[in-house]
Design a binder for this molecule. Structure first.
Ligand SMILES: Nc1ncnc2c1ncn2[C@@H]1O[C@H](COP(=O)(O)OP(=O)(O)OP(=O)(O)O)[C@@H](O)[C@H]1O
Length: 372
């Protein structure tokens, strides 16, 4: 190793570390042209003072749904002073009051009075302001499934989508963001009859697309020659397992840290492999965080046992949640479809075939994610 290969203590491999942060909104946003166009088309009426079309963005984690909305929101706000856009993270704001408070803050720059004020009052203030200022409101409900889990989806959607019936002149459009269309099972017919969204699918990225996107991040995030093309390919192969781009961006960042820790000017394959141990959890934890409470509890029971008979599992689940067999059976099937568990029949049971249920991931990883 020549002296030149060694990083001085105040030197860094990162040209612009912000490019590798999870909330960074890149200029280069390829392979989502059709989705961006569909969004633009749906929101276009708002630019002319009309109610936009509602949208439903559906796709697995890390496929660019939130970023696509944020890019379009930025553009809309820059060009259309008559349009207000608000993104609500329903994992954080999961009640009707929390959602309307988020909107209120965006409109007025301050929090609404929070003690003793009814939702209706704040909603009225918001809608009256929209009507009198002739502004169109577009609300993106990210991780909309959380409103279903908490039992608030119908009232939130109903208030927003039918506001114009009670307050003539109100113009509100809703963009729902979910991982799977079945996440919206809870919406009732009163909501569905007005939601009628434009469906915009976000499929998983393929390896060439992942490579293209990560190359761009590398170019702006690192100094030249910090990472070789071969190692980028290695990172792509890791990302491809789940299609979650977040894992790729996190891998780049952690690999860079690992190389810096060794005082090296370049990233090695060991740096990447070591980084993957942590980065892979990002996808698993994000996916697990999207499960409903009973789904998480069942997964935890399975992970704690490693392997368990269906009958035994049901007993433990019923004790813990008081939920009946139909719910149990439905959740087992969903966890199986989502690839968290194997639930195969053995044929070895005393009374015929028995189902043995086990996690597909390291139990320790699953439990770590559930603790977060
Ligand atoms: N086409 C793209 N070009 C550049 N970067 C992208 C692209 N798609 C996604 N990303 C990046 O991948 C990361 C994950 O994207 P994003 O959060 O938008 O995904 P998501 O589909 O909303 O995920 P989740 O469902 O987990 O919220 C972000 O850092 C984003 O910048």
């Amino acid at each position: 190793m020549t002296g030149n290969d060694i990083l001085l203590w105040d030197e860094t491999l990162f040209k612009d570390p912000s490019v590798l942060e999870p909330d960074y909104l890149p200029d280069y946003f390829p392979h989502r042209e059709s989705q961006l166009n569909a969004l633009k088309f749906a929101l276009k009426p708002a630019l002319r003072g009309m109610r936009p079309l509602n949208c439903l963005l559906v796709g697995p984690p890390g496929t660019g749904k939130t970023s696509a909305v944020m890019k379009i929101f930025r553009e809309v706000e820059a060009h259309a002073p008559g349009v207000v856009t608000v993104k609500v993270n329903c994992q954080i704001d999961s009640t009707r009051f929390a959602v309307i408070s988020r909107i209120y803050r965006k409109l007025f720059g301050i929090s609404p009075p929070n003690s003793g004020v009814a939702f209706r009052k704040i909603f009225e203030t918001v809608v009256n302001f929209l009507v009198s200022s002739e502004k169109v409101l577009i609300v993106a409900l990210d991780d909309l499934n959380y409103l279903c889990y908490e039992g608030h989806a119908n009232e939130v959607m109903y208030s927003l989508l039918r506001a114009h019936e009670q307050y003539p002149g109100a113009k509100i459009g809703v963009i729902g963001i979910v991982n799977d269309a079945s996440d919206l099972y809870c919406l009732d017919s009163r909501v569905n009859s007005v939601f009628l969204p434009e469906d915009i699918p976000f499929p998983r990225y393929g390896s060439a697309e992942i490579l293209d996107i990560l190359k761009d991040r590398t170019k702006y995030g690192f100094y030249p020659k910090v990472i070789s093309d071969e190692l980028l390919e290695l990172i792509v192969s890791y990302v491809e397992r789940t299609g979650d781009l977040r894992v790729g961006i996190d891998l780049l960042k952690r690999s860079g840290f690992n190389a810096e820790r060794r005082g090296s000017r370049t990233i090695s394959s060991e740096d990447v492999e070591k980084a993957y141990e942590a980065s892979k959890l990002l996808h698993l934890c994000r996916s697990i965080s999207l499960l409903s409470d009973p789904e998480k509890r069942l997964l935890e029971l399975i992970a704690r046992k490693g392997e368990i008979q269906a009958g035994e599992l049901y007993k433990a689940f019923r004790e813990l949640t008081q939920l009946g067999y139909t719910r149990f059976y439905g959740i087992v099937n969903r966890l199986q479809v989502l690839n968290y568990i194997d639930a195969d029949f053995t044929g070895k049971g005393q009374r015929g075939r028995t189902r043995i249920i086990k996690t597909k991931f390291e139990a320790e990883d699953v439990l770590n994610c559930l603790e977060k």
